[in-house]
Design a binder for this molecule. Structure first.
Ligand code: BES
Ligand code: MN
Ligand code: ZN
Length: 460
């Protein structure tokens, strides 16, 4: 990804002035008379998101004005400047005054420059930004590149992003940072005791696998990231309706975001011993597919009755979490596109997170806010745990009732985590259904920047 930042041409960069309805009048009064007239003739009133290029006397672009929400406004989109790369003519720009948050505006500019270009030539914005002073541009670049990685992986359709290709992407990343890479494929999953990963993935001609890489000083605190890597989720035999299946190429969004997070952690050389685990499978339909009311053992030893083959994400995560838990990590994090219920509760832009570690919960909420990577805590409500009971096995993956779907899923996963000192689970969506500033439609980086910030505070 070519950088959107330009440090050489600072002097000649076109200034972007941020204005709100409240500040516009006085800002405009400071412009040359001709520019004032031009803005007025265009009816520019600094409405949030409104953009106007002002000409110089010789017909060049002298400057740009861009509308933001009032400082005191109820909701301010700190990523609004992320719309600029899609609005501005080619050129090199700089911020002439301060947006609501300079660092997040700079990040938004980079995030908003992303285009998915794997399958056809796209007109990427030829818009560059001279970064404002005092911004850690290496860190911003690291975050933008991580987001682009997650988005590319999610946007790539399942025919080109099966378990094998996902493993290759993970291996490429691992190799780049000198991590130790390992992958358990197909029937070896049974031999090495990952029955649930195997059960979910066995109906696909594209063999299931467990991706596993480790990086960093073994003496450092152990941080383990687990990501749901369902490369396509048909629902299995409890097949999804076509509307529900349509965007299920994104069902490896947890894996994509774990890789994005890992790339930031490794690039920033945080003082952790990082481990990444990704169960990569395709939840397919076939004569050898797992069935409703099948019962499988799990790595942890608990038997699991299948209430619904569409609740496959928690199954593959269960075995991966059990493995992660075996080395008692200091912090265990899992991300996955696990439930539609999370979307019903909070919508696509606000993933719920779960933890019993109160300090961690506060830190996650604070970092999510600081990074404009919103997350919202939901409870691991103990009274609902009994809903997971099965009459014939240790637990059921999709109890009937259907209440509190995201919480029930989190409680299911919790049964497989015991020894980790601290555990965080995030039920992400991984997708922007409708383009917003800094967030093009399609695959999305969610939770990774918030957690990166948290890890940076603790282990930077
Ligand atoms: N991948 C889906 C969850 C999902 C669906 C995320 C749509 C985002 C958008 C997951 O595997 C799934 O199908 N979950 C089921 C669980 C149910 C069968 C208990 C769901 O949420 O309906
Ligand atoms: Mn499913
Ligand atoms: Zn799924």
């Amino acid at each position: 990804m070519p950088s959107v930042f330009e440090t050489a041409a600072a002097a000649s960069a076109i200034p972007i002035t941020f204005a709100t309805k409240a500040t516009w009048k006085s800002i405009c009064a400071g412009f040359p008379a001709q520019a004032q007239q031009f803005a007025q003739a265009n009816g520019f009133a600094a409405k949030p998101g409104a953009c106007l290029t002002l000409p110089s006397a010789d017909g060049q672009i002298a400057q740009v004005v861009f509308g933001l929400e009032d400082e005191t406004g109820k909701s301010r989109d700190l990523f609004r400047p992320g719309a600029l790369p899609g609005l501005l003519p080619p050129g090199v720009y700089r911020f002439a005054n301060a947006p609501h948050d300079r660092r997040l505006a700079t990040l938004a500019f980079a995030l908003g420059s992303y285009r998915f270009s794997r399958y056809r030539k796209v007109d990427a914005p030829e818009v560059k930004l001279v970064p404002p002073d005092g911004i850690d541009i290496a860190d911003i670049t690291r975050m933008a590149e991580a987001a682009a990685l997650a988005r590319d992986l999610i946007n790539t359709p399942a025919n080109d992003m099966g378990p094998e290709q996902l493993a290759l992407a993970a291996q490429t990343l691992a190799t780049r940072f000198g991590a130790d890479f390992n992958c358990i494929v197909g029937d070896d999953l049974v031999r090495q005791n990952f029955p649930l990963i195997h059960a979910v993935g066995m109906a696909s001609p594209r063999a299931p696998r467990l991706i596993d890489f480790t990086w960093g000083d073994p003496a450092h605190p152990k941080v383990t990231l687990v990501g749901k890597g369902v490369c396509f989720d048909t629902g299995g035999l409890d097949l999804k309706p076509s509307t529900g299946m349509l965007i299920m190429k994104k069902d490896m969004g947890g894996a994509a975001n774990v890789l994005a997070l890992a790339s930031m952690v490794m690039d920033a050389r945080l003082k952790v011993r990082l481990r990444v685990l990704i169960p990569a499978v395709e939840n397919a339909v076939g004569g050898n597919a797992f069935r409703p009311l099948d019962i499988f053992p799990s790595r942890k030893g608990l038997s699991v009755e299948i209430g619904n083959t569409d609740a496959e994400g928690r199954l593959v995560l269960a075995d991966a979490l059990a493995l992660a838990d075996e080395e008692k990590p200091d912090l265990l994090v899992d991300l996955g596109t696990l439930t539609g219920a999370a979307r019903v509760a909070l919508g696509p832009d606000l993933p719920p997170f779960y933890t019993n570690d109160e300090t961690l919960a506060l830190d996650v909420a604070r970092c999510a806010k600081a990074e404009n990577d919103p997350l919202w805590r939901l409870p691991l409500w103990p009274a609902y745990d009994a809903w997971l009971d099965s009459k014939v096995a240790n637990l059921n993956n999709a109890p009937s009732g259907g209440f509190a779907g995201s919480i029930v899923c989190a409680l299911f996963l919790q049964r497989f985590v015991e020894a980790a000192k601290s555990w965080l689970h995030v039920d992400i969506y991984g997708w922007t259904p409708q383009a917003k500033p800094a967030r093009p439609e399609g695959g999305e980086c969610q939770a990774a920047r918030a957690i990166y910030k948290l890890l940076g505070e603790r282990y930077g």
